[in-house]
Ligand binder design. Structure first.
Ligand code: TEU
Length: 541
């Protein structure tokens, strides 16, 4: 799609349904990766009581809500994204009573709480999969999953050429010779979403957590649940790309939307303002927007922005496409730069001082864009990806399924440094964290940064404070200002302007903001220039 066709987004176009009650249209949501956030019992693994102990830190940081990656009963083959019981807490992370207390206390701290829902697959230890194995081919128990006969003379070849996201074939053979589909690890068998029993079970799981008071769900692999009925070979690459948008055999199929219409009806039965956020890696803005039609999901992570890199032109194109497509469906944009699956943005943007300067500038830009935003735990401390984890300490199935060819995601999942001079840096009272922490994190602990007004943590707190106090930030629209190449500047109101200098050189201030008051800058502002790799917010009188 070419940017030339995109209408300029008018500053005065009101968004449909924009009401103050819809908190999620403007919310800043903090992602907690529970096993790496805080460890209350000192076993080296974060837990829900650790989360409870740090709720004060999060409300002080100034976020509106938290989202927790899965904490359900799980053999932990994929760090909890392999769920064996959707209605219980994994013993390594706590109990259901801890989860209930966490929900209540999060609300007491004035924040909302979103939990993760993993509907594409269960764990191979889930009772359904165990029943399926026991019941044999052709049984109703097997019909909850994707069992098929193989190809070749004796069915010795997988049913098709699909690849696991984590490397290797997406099929595993069981003792009786049938194969089952797993788009991720073999320990994560895919459910068959054409089976009404599967649909009903997930409606019930939604209700279970809604009854406990959660404010919403993040939907894992939201673009993957529906599969082509004939399971044809993938042509033209495993990942979704522009060549097979709309007809990929297992990504972003039209049938997936009926599932979300059903979920929307369930969530609408509940009082309060509850919300879905989709993890949908769908590159085309128009296909992406379909998930956010008014009878489907409320929000969806905008991964095109995350993937735009540190580049002014690409970022502007993605921002324009997103706002244009979402305006048509009335949904707010949801920006994100880091999560538990991708290399931390300080490191993606070049590491070291330059990477950090760019990362802070990108974050400040993100926080000025129309809509909501997600922050991934540790980015407020300026943490880098940990690159030097020894092979024997690695945990991610991606590393093992690719024979080490892909290093995997452990580097963004290292337990947080809270205080002190050596590991576990206050992550827990004692114990060896499940992934090793770099020795040089002593200067990056939350405690050290809280005492330093020039720290990354102080910057995040200030940015969130200013955002809260600026009524034009969050939901709404923007209007671009003319700038030199490498600089993006936009108005959020007649008096609020955000300017990002993507270059590594100082750049003259755009004419509109000369003499304006600097509200916040990610780097010290000097006279009439924008510092290299920086974002500055200006208030015009
Ligand atoms: O991720 C799904 C997913 O699509 C990503 O693996 C994505 O393909 C990749 O990061 C793109 O670079 C979700 C969870 O976020 C992830 O942690 C789980 O491992 C996965 O689902 C399986 O449940």
């Amino acid at each position: 799609m070419s940017t030339a066709q995109i209408d300029p987004v008018s500053l005065h176009t009101p968004l449909p349904d924009a009401t103050a009650e819809q908190w999620w249209r403007s919310a800043v949501i903090y992602q907690i990766y529970p096993r790496s956030f805080a460890d209350a019992n000192g076993d080296g693994m974060g837990d829900l009581n650790g989360v409870r102990s740090r709720l004060g830190y999060l409300s002080e940081l100034g976020v509106d809500a938290i989202w927790l990656s899965p904490f359900y009963a799980s053999p932990q083959a994929d760090a909890g994204y392999d769920v064996s019981d959707y209605r219980d807490v994994d013993p390594s992370l706590g109990t259901l009573a801890d989860a209930k207390a966490m929900i209540v206390q999060t609300h007491q701290h004035g924040m909302k709480i979103i939990v993760d829902l993993v509907p594409n697959h269960t764990s191979d230890q889930h009772v359904w999969f165990q029943q399926a194995l026991a019941a044999g081919p052709g049984s109703p128990e097997r019909a909850r999953y994707m069992f098929r006969q193989g190809k070749g003379e004796n069915g010795e070849l997988p049913p098709n050429n699909w690849e696991s996201n984590f490397g290797g074939p997406a099929w595993t053979r069981v003792a009786d010779g049938s194969w089952y589909l797993h788009l991720f690890a073999p320990a994560q068998p895919d459910l068959d979403w054409t089976n009404p029993e599967v649909v009903a079970e997930f409606h019930d799981i939604l209700r279970f957590w809604l009854d406990l008071g959660v404010d919403g769900f993040r939907i894992d692999v939201a673009h993957g649940l529906a599969k082509h009925p004939d399971l044809p070979d993938v042509l033209g690459g495993h990942l979704l790309n522009a060549d097979h948008v709309g007809d990929h055999p297992h990504w972003d199929r039209d049938e997936v939307h009926e599932i979300y219409r059903g979920w929307r009806r369930v969530i609408e039965e509940y009082p309060g303002d509850r919300v879905f956020v989709a993890e949908a890696w769908v590159p085309n803005a128009d296909r992406f927007a379909r998930y956010l039609r008014s009878d489907e999901l409320h929000t969806s992570f905008n991964f095109n922005f995350l993937e735009a890199g540190w580049d002014a032109a690409t970022s502007r194109r993605v921002i324009d496409q997103t706002l244009h497509e979402l305006r048509d469906v009335g949904a707010p944009a949801t920006w994100v730069l880091s999560n538990h699956d991708v290399i931390r943005h300080v490191t993606r943007f070049g590491s070291g001082d330059l990477g950090l300067a760019r990362a802070k500038a990108a974050t400040q830009l993100m926080l000025a864009l129309p809509g909501g935003a997600y922050i991934y735990q540790g980015e407020e401390l300026g943490l880098e990806e940990v690159r030097d984890i020894a092979p024997e300490r690695r945990q991610d199935p991606v590393y093992f399924q690719t024979g080490g060819e892909r290093v995997g995601r452990d580097g963004c999942r290292v337990p947080l440094p809270w205080s002190g001079q050596e590991s576990p840096f206050g992550f827990g009272p004692a114990g060896d964290p499940w992934l090793p922490q770099p020795a040089n994190w002593a200067g990056l602990t939350a405690e050290a940064q809280a005492a330093d007004p020039t720290s990354t943590l102080a910057f995040y707190r200030e940015a969130l404070r200013v955002r809260r106090g600026s009524s034009e930030l969050g939901d709404g629209t923007l209007q671009w200002l003319d700038t030199v190449p490498g600089v993006l500047a936009f108005r959020r109101s007649a008096t609020f302007v955000s300017v990002t200098n993507f270059t590594d050189e100082p750049v003259a201030l755009p004419a509109e903001v000369v003499g304006a008051r600097v509200v916040l800058s990610s780097a010290p502002v000097d006279g009439d220039t924008l510092p290299p790799a920086s974002t500055t917010w200006f208030r015009l009188s």
